[in-house]
Design a protein around this ligand. Structure first.
Ligand code: SF4
Ligand code: SF4
Length: 356
């Protein structure tokens, strides 16, 4: 019997966050979430892939994704910087032509766009209408002006571009400058709370500006504060909150293992749904939209916690897993969230969120 191919509109939409094993980066940020190479972090400065089979697994996962019967919004992330690798860009172009892929979002430091986007476009033949770039500015490595110049180049090529800025104790000026330049050139900008990874900001909390007057900037820049509240709750006590992970979202590790979310992967490998290396494994997602979170620890990644009901906002759908999703928050979830925020330590950050 011949295989029936459903049109894209009739397939259920899901989000997939795949962090593949490409580990090389041309930058060296102290607060890098992938760790510092000299301190046993996963990021590397001397080889392209974390493990010898990294590129092989990458290809297998992309092939598996192309066979799934969902309409997939894919954030295709790396441990390091995606644009350093030609092999990776060939994979991006391949998956962009799969009919079940709505968009392919790369998470990049933006520094190599002028050098590598022509290769991705002209040599690899990527479908530019599906390409999206989440460009995070790293203030210790590149000036706002150089960075925005690269972002503008991508935007002019027809790529969906969102500039991401991280608020740290030492980068108020660069966040303001970036915001000003993005407004001038009509580039979408998102401002998030910088995490104190690797104790890059000794003496600060998990969110490096928690006790800092600079957190006031979030209110001034009209950043999406509902999502910030969800970020704080997710960093403190997500267990029991309603979440759609496992229904309309999954995470895939660099080994090809598929989980309802990254925090379930980090919390317990037994939460695995299956392996994308197994060609017989098909995603069978939960029917009900929401289920109470069971994680034992925290939910630290934005790709994950944006699927909590308390993070739903009036954002419309876009080609990104970084800005949030449309939906309503129930009264009971809202009151649970307020209770967690009240129990939390008094910080300037929470006061900003209460009064804004
Ligand atoms: S650009 Fe990203 S991956 Fe590279 S060092 Fe900085 S934070 Fe880490
Ligand atoms: S709240 Fe976070 S850890 Fe819990 S199920 Fe949702 S995404 Fe996973």
């Amino acid at each position: 019997m011949s295989k029936v191919i459903l049109p894209m509109e009739s397939k259920k939409s899901i989000n997939v966050w795949f962090v593949c094993g490409l580990s090389l980066c041309n930058f060296d940020c102290a607060y890098c979430a992938s760790g510092v190479p000299n301190l046993q972090g996963k990021r590397t400065n001397d080889r392209e892939w974390e493990t010898e089979d990294g590129a092989f697994i990458f290809d297998k996962v992309l092939s598996w994704l192309s066979k799934q019967s969902y309409s997939i919004g894919l954030r295709l992330q790396t441990i390091g910087e995606p644009l350093v690798s030609r092999k990776f860009l060939e994979g991006v172009a391949y998956i962009s032509h799969s009919e079940n892929i709505r968009f392919v979002e790369l998470v990049s430091n933006g520094s190599l766009i002028r050098k590598r986007l022509p290769f991705l476009k002209n040599k690899c033949g990527v479908d530019l209408t599906k390409l999206s770039m989440w460009l995070t500015h790293h203030h210790t490595e590149i000036t706002p002006k150089e960075f925005v110049d690269q972002a503008l180049y991508a935007k002019d090529q027809g790529v969906k571009v969102i500039v991401n800025s991280l608020l740290f104790p030492d980068n108020e000026d660069s966040v303001l400058k970036l915001n000003q330049l993005c407004k001038k050139y009509e580039i979408d900008i998102n401002i998030d709370l910088g995490h104190n990874y690797n104790d890059a900001y000794p003496g600060t909390d998990y969110f490096a500006v928690s006790q800092d007057d600079r957190s006031l900037l979030l209110g001034e820049l009209n950043s999406n504060l509902d999502v910030k509240r969800a970020a704080i709750v997710a960093s403190l006590k997500p267990k029991g909150f309603l979440c759609s992970a496992g229904h309309d979202y999954v995470f895939i590790s660099s080994k090809g293992d598929v989980f309802p979310c990254r925090s379930y992967y980090a919390g317990d490998p037994n939460n695995v749904l299956g392996s994308a290396l197994d060609e017989h494994f098909r995603l069978n997602l939960r029917q009900s939209e929401y289920s109470p979170c069971r994680v034992r620890d925290i939910c630290s990644c934005k790709e994950d916690y944006l699927h909590m009901q308390i993070a739903r906002t009036n954002q419309t759908d876009t080609k990104s897993l970084g800005v949030g999703y449309f939906g309503a928050v129930s009264d009971s979830e809202r009151s649970k969230m307020e209770s967690v925020l009240l129990q939390a330590n008094e910080t300037k950050l929470i006061k900003v969120l209460e009064t804004t």
